[in-house]
Design a protein around this ligand. Structure first.
Ligand code: TYD
Ligand code: MG
Length: 485
């Protein structure tokens, strides 16, 4: 049964409705006035042949007769990608994958094309590369290694991939109709063009029109679509942004220092946007990092230098241990300034002001530099206690003990506030052999919360010797006392 449309494009100037997006309203001639809106219930039923009764009246259908497989998930075969998508690729969905050129979008999607858990066809539309270039990448990734490799009929995981080198919508549609793929990858959406949407190729209208045609196709055919989009460093390319409302999920690939990359969801109709995928780029493509615990820690022998503190922060369901670095130098100008590009400037200023007020730490005549080792961007509130400790350590020249990890939110009153999932953070620190955890006092002491015992960790679970000693503190003053004496 053909899936009914649940949205239409309505002209904001004259109210005219179109089933698909157009740059110009055919009714009133206005440009860029069509916006996607939900079809009203009656109109939707009236518009669907499948739901009309004999007299052409709208009809319902038994819920039991709806195919439960419609819109089910399939695994991409890449755990970190599945995680960000919310547990696999949703059929009848469209996913936009954005990122700077060279970050690994094509690599990720080619790896997924080879690994995806389906018996159906996977169509890779190379709209900006030649078939040979894609084949070379596949060989580098070892996608044809396997039974039959090197023969005229290559085996390996990639044998189900079909490639189409065209950016012309009409050609792509013909291929799709003939092949009926389950997964369609368009690399990239920015190069698509069609004769139907105006004369100038490469315009936003062209791209939106083509994207919408392909999205409609997968919605009607139990397939899934990935659209690759190049985004510049400042993220301002307007083109792909205009696609965000048309797709079900928007994933952005983001580069840390070194080889690691985060895949973040900016939008996900079928899952949370908290989870991130963590990858490292190697000689044979992207490898998922399931346990990122130590990924961003710098190996150090002996004491920590002043200004360095280890924080246990959350990224989705996982805990990352990251090294926060602070440096204070006498201000050259009349006003002190904050330089921090991995932790929000406003957060750093607020924590510094709190230290100044509640610990009499003189910072007003100092410039403050903050960094996170590995170049990871941290937006989680639990980082504040470690940030405060790093700034305190930098300004006083006193080092933190090397086995210490901390997590906690800092209030303006100088209190250390409770944070989400403290037990998980403590466990992560323990599993990486840290010996001391400083965190907030929980309002409701969790199970087994005795002195020195981590809360929420039932006795008998894991070796208690693996858990760090726990110090709970109510204020930044207390924390400094625990950490620096
Ligand atoms: P690519 O997937 O082409 O990036 P995008 O599609 O986002 O522009 O990959 C970009 C970089 O990754 C390129 O500089 C080469 C490098 N790379 C590796 O380091 N290892 C590999 O196995 C592959 C395939 C690429
Ligand atoms: Mg590419």
């Amino acid at each position: 049964m053909k899936k009914q449309r649940t949205t239409v494009f309505r002209c904001s100037a004259c109210g005219h409705e179109e089933p698909k997006w157009l740059g110009r309203c055919p009714e009133c001639g206005e440009w860029n006035t069509l916006t996607e809106t939900a079809v009203s219930g009656l109109a939707r039923m009236g518009g669907s042949a499948g739901l009309k009764g004999k007299a052409g009246l709208p009809q319902s259908l038994p819920l039991a007769s709806v195919d439960p497989q419609e819109g089910s998930r399939i695994s991409s075969g890449i755990q970190e990608l599945d995680r960000v998508l919310g547990g696999g690729i949703m059929k009848r969905s469209a996913v936009l994958v954005g990122g700077e050129p060279g970050i690994g979008k094509s690599t990720l999607l080619l790896q997924a094309a080879a690994a995806v858990d389906t018996r159906g066809r996977v169509l890779y539309i190379a709209a900006e590369e030649s078939a040979g270039q894609v084949r070379m990448r596949a060989d580098r990734l070892g996608l044809f290694d396997g039974p039959g490799a090197g023969t005229a009929a290559p085996g390996g995981a990639a044998s189900a991939i079909e490639i189409c080198c065209s950016a012309r919508l009409e050609d792509i549609q013909a291929v799709i109709e003939a092949l009926k793929p389950v997964i369609i990858i368009v690399d990239s959406v920015q190069t698509l063009h069609t004769d139907e949407a105006g004369l100038v190729p490469g315009t936003v209208n062209q791209m939106k029109f083509c994207a919408w045609e392909l999205i409609s196709w997968v919605k009607d055919h139990d397939a899934a679509l990935f659209l690759v989009a190049h985004v510049t460093k400042d993220g301002i390319i307007s083109g792909p942004k205009t696609l965000e409302h048309m797709v079900d999920a928007v994933l952005y690939f983001e580069q840390n220092e070194g080889d690691s990359r985060f895949l973040r969801a900016a939008k996900n109709r079928f899952g949370s946007v908290d989870e991130i995928g963590i990858f490292t780029m190697g000689e044979r493509g992207l490898a998922g990092v399931e346990d990122p615990g130590r990924l961003f820690l710098t190996h150090r022998e002996g004491d920590l230098p002043p200004g360095v503190a280890i924080a246990a922060v959350l990224e989705g369901t996982r805990t990352l241990l990251v090294e926060i670095q602070a440096l204070t130098v006498e201000a050259k100008g009349a006003v002190s300034r904050v330089f921090s590009d991995r932790i929000d400037n406003a957060r750093v200023s607020r924590v510094a002001a709190t230290l100044e007020k509640h610990l009499n730490l003189r910072l007003a005549d100092h410039d403050l530099y903050v960094n996170v080792a590995g170049g990871v961007r941290i937006a989680e509130v639990g980082v504040e206690l470690a940030l405060a400790a790093a700034i305190y350590s930098a300004r006083t020249g006193l080092s933190l003990p090397s086995g210490a990890v901390m997590a906690g939110e800092l209030s303006l009153a100088g209190e250390v506030r409770p944070i989400r999932r403290l037990p998980g953070r403590i466990r992560a620190a323990g599993s990486l052999s840290f010996t001391h955890f400083v965190g907030p006092r929980e309002e409701e002491p969790a199970l087994g919360h005795a002195a020195g015992r981590a809360p929420g960790i039932p006795p008998g679970r894991g070796d208690p010797h693996d858990l760090p000693k726990l110090s709970t503190v109510g204020s930044i003053k207390e924390a400094v006392k625990v950490l620096f004496t």
